[in-house]
Design a protein around this ligand. Structure first.
Ligand code: ADP
Length: 331
């Protein structure tokens, strides 16, 4: 799916690496976050300490991993990257923790998905830089404490509410990443175009930015597809007209919605009178997974005011009716 904000495993790391900002200056937008982290970095450096544990939350593709790598490079330390699903057995997390050097960062993506055992190993590690391991089984089992170097844990999650409170409470900083404005995404598109050695006009970049669902990862992906289209059509410079035509071909509409977004909204209108309707009912009627709807499609539809969440269920707003062309039919 072109407008999915989730990382696409097929997009190779080196493709991502080339365009991933490496410094705070290159990291566009998120002004509040940058301000707070700059203070944290300066204070930690002045005290010659590691940065406090940091929890970053927000929809996928907004720059959580990127920010962690930048923080590590600003602090002059290494950053190990993992994700909760890869930390199934206790030895997965203990192995990582004992391999850290003083000051290093450990980035755990999807941290709300940690299993209990792994999470409990993290508590003393985060709080006292200590690893409590049990050796042996049954009556002869003994607990041993292994000291760890001071390190910074960076947790990333799309669902901050799903974290247990003992884990959440152990983060010194909890920061939310916001959807990006069109002018910020325009700069990101222009920057990526330059790296990809692709010519693009200001208007062309704005057009792509407008359809990127407030998300840098999507902006970069759309740019790559428009660039393919330009190449096939033998056009040397991407302008707004070409971007428009190409994105229509890829079925990404003026608001960045694709076929599935429109299916979700039109199903709610046509089968449920616009709501309120529960998530499971929407999932059943559209054949989509309810978690995917909740975590991937819905955040942006809520953000642009096309959906509202009430305690009785989801409601389609008049703006969405208008966008879908229902105006006059139902109002
Ligand atoms: P997340 O970890 O939140 O899912 P990533 O950090 O992997 O998101 O970001 C996805 C891509 O978007 C990165 O490869 C990077 O190229 C781009 N990106 C993210 N944030 C920014 C930003 N603030 N400025 C420029 N590019 C960004």
């Amino acid at each position: 799916r072109l407008v999915s904000a989730e990382a696409n495993p097929k997009e190779s790391d080196c493709q991502e690496l080339g365009i991933r900002p490496q410094t705070l200056e290159d990291y566009i937008g998120q002004k509040e976050l940058k301000k707070i982290l700059k203070i944290g970095i300066a204070a930690a450096q002045a005290r010659e300490e590691s940065l406090d544990h940091l929890l970053l939350y927000g929809p996928p593709g907004l720059g959580k991993t990127t920010m962690s790598l930048i923080l590590a490079s600003e602090m002059g330390v290494d950053c190990k990257i993992t994700a909760a699903p890869a930390l199934e057995r206790p030895r997965d997390i203990t192995g990582l923790l004992v391999s850290l050097k003083p000051g290093d960062m450990l980035f755990i993506d999807e941290i709300h998905r940690l299993n209990r055992m792994t999470e409990e190993l993290l508590y003393p590690a985060m709080e006292d830089y200590r690893l409590d391991v049990t050796i042996g089984k049954g009556q002869s089992a003994k607990t041993r404490s292994i000291p760890l170097p001071r390190f910074t844990l960076i947790g990333a999650t799309t669902k901050v509410g799903a974290l247990t409170s003992p884990l959440r409470d152990r983060f010194g900083l909890i920061q939310r990443l916001r959807f990006y404005e069109v002018d910020e995404l325009t700069i990101i598109v222009q920057r990526t175009a330059k790296i990809l050695q692709t010519l693009i006009t200001q208007e062309g970049a704005v057009e792509i930015a407008r359809r990127s669902r407030g998300t840098p990862r999507i902006a970069n992906r759309l740019l790559k597809r428009v660039r393919d289209y330009a190449q096939v059509e033998k056009v040397s410079t991407i302008d707004d007209k070409l971007a428009n035509i190409a994105l229509d071909v890829f079925d990404v509409d003026q608001k960045g919605l694709d076929w599935t977004d429109r299916l979700v909204l039109s199903t709610m209108v046509e089968q449920f009178g616009g709501g309120p309707v529960g998530l499971e009912a929407i999932a059943a009627a559209t054949g989509e997974d309810s978690k995917t709807i909740e975590e991937v499609y819905e955040p942006y539809l809520l953000q642009i005011g096309y959906l509202n969440r009430t305690h009785r269920g989801r409601i389609v707003t008049p703006q969405a009716y208008e966008h879908l062309g229902y105006q006059g039919k139902l109002f």
